[in-house]
Design a protein around this ligand. Sequence first.
Ligand SMILES: Nc1nc2c(ncn2[C@@H]2O[C@H](COP(=O)(O)OP(=O)(O)O)[C@@H](O)[C@H]2O)c(=O)[nH]1
Ligand SMILES: [Mg+2]
Length: 559
Amino acid sequence: MKISNNLVLEVVLVLVGVLLSIIFLDISELYWKSDSHWLIQLILSFIVSSLIFGAIGMVLERNSRTGGIFLLAVFLSITYVLYERGFLLSIYGIYGFILGMLEGGYLSFYSYFNNRFDNLAIYSRRFVTYFCVLTLLYLAFINLEYFQEISQFSASDTDKLFKTIIMVGSLVAFSFLLRATIRGIRAYDVFIYGPSGSGKSLLLLAIYKQFISFYSGKRNEFILSEGNKEDLKIESMLIALENGELPKSNLRTDLAMYKLSGKNRLKPVGITFVDYGGEHTDNFDKVRYKETIEGLRKLFYSDASYLKKILENAGTTSEVDEILRQYVGTPKLNKILGDTDASEIKKMYGNDNTRRTEKDITKSKKSLISLLNKKLDGLEKKLGDLDGIQDLQDYHQNEFAEYVDKIIFACVYKRFESAGKIIFLVDGDYVVDFHNENNNGKNHLIKLFSNYSDIINKFGNEKSYAIVVTKTDKFENLSNILENSTEAKAIEHKVYDMFCEIPTFKEIVHMSNRTPIYLYTVSVDATMEPHIKDEDTEMQQKSLKIYPWRVGEIEKFSF
Ligand SMILES: Nc1nc2c(ncn2[C@@H]2O[C@H](COP(=O)(O)OP(=O)(O)O)[C@@H](O)[C@H]2O)c(=O)[nH]1
Ligand SMILES: [Mg+2]
């Protein structure tokens, strides 16, 4: 279910916006003449058609749909009036419209095939502002001309002035409403986050099966573990399950990251799980992240950090020269820079007899520092994908194991930053304990939701979020409830009402005014009785299998 109390509000906003745009059009109709300045005709028709064709793309994504419909309603009516008045039918108007069509159409196409609706939203918001500002300037220009010419206000002039004010007011107001409604998210990257024991491993297997069957999926995994390495691989977990064993829980020092990627029709989709046995870091602070990255740089690229430091601290040119002589062209520097291209400095320092001026030296210093910076900045990129992390581990085994906490923090932070959709898991066991006398479950939930609302706050509202309660079978008997039935939805509402008793959850509910947030209850219990009994019942009950229940909702949310 979508958590949000603003559906009515949204509809009202859109209706008010469309009404305002009609008022605007009604008054402004006179101004859109076919003999307006050609530049204005060209630019305005470009913007209008670009917005219309961009809006078509927005309608295709459910999180952007309201904004798309709103844009279409407003700008199709504007187009109609411009067309009626001949403004669009001039040669420049037509050129502008065709160009805008190509541009908006391309943006829609690109956003759809890359699942990047955030870009589309940013462009559309910008174009709405351009439209508003340009139209205001144009109207101001025409009106100033008019009002300058008259020496005394007659009754009809007062009326005209009044109308102009209403026209400007409604233009600004509906542009503002449009900007507030246009939303888009980067939808291709989904991140599943949940504390240890919340059901990630089994959920991973359930989603993996779907990925293989329906999304031409493939997997990519990174596993760091002393003794568990083999067991944590997806294939091993699948085999274990076939043999009637549950996936092993991660040990405190185990880290497993899984990325499933595939295609939903033509759109690329991907989902990442981070499974970690230790304590979950709960403070995703930007400052802390920067410090962590700084620390990790010193650790992984200690030579590069060192060289940068001594170069920056070298006072005189001869000192710099000395350092450069020691490094450039030596295997030492090659090792530090790796595959970065350093040919330019090598040229200068490759031959010892080359005479170098002060300028040369300063220039070489600058370019070496920028190469080092590039190398050091590369760490963040590496932490952003599994192959990069694997690389780091291969080259720096010891450091990696020692600083695994910091690395996980940085990876998870990066995931939060780059993912377009974030799924928070809530352990169904807390719901079971909710009404316990010692308030155990409730206290856990207060803390968990405080953590989650913090994350939503920090990583912004250009994403969508889902709160997924796992292990639903533990607090509801699901054996007779089909996953898409009204009873199933009723369970979700019940859990929602229960969570509303928790202040920190209420905070999340309030955020859903600006950000799409969903709540789902799922189960993948491997031992749950199958719904439909057939002759093989005995066989089925003997072997553990995954019986996903409402896991499809996670897919619908994600892809
Ligand atoms: N009853 C029930 N148990 C579950 C379900 N999902 C996970 N579990 C159990 O919860 C425990 C932790 O699950 P796991 O997937 O290892 O959690 P992780 O630590 O987040 O990877 C295991 O004992 C699972 O059998 C579920 O849907 N129903
Ligand atoms: Mg696990």
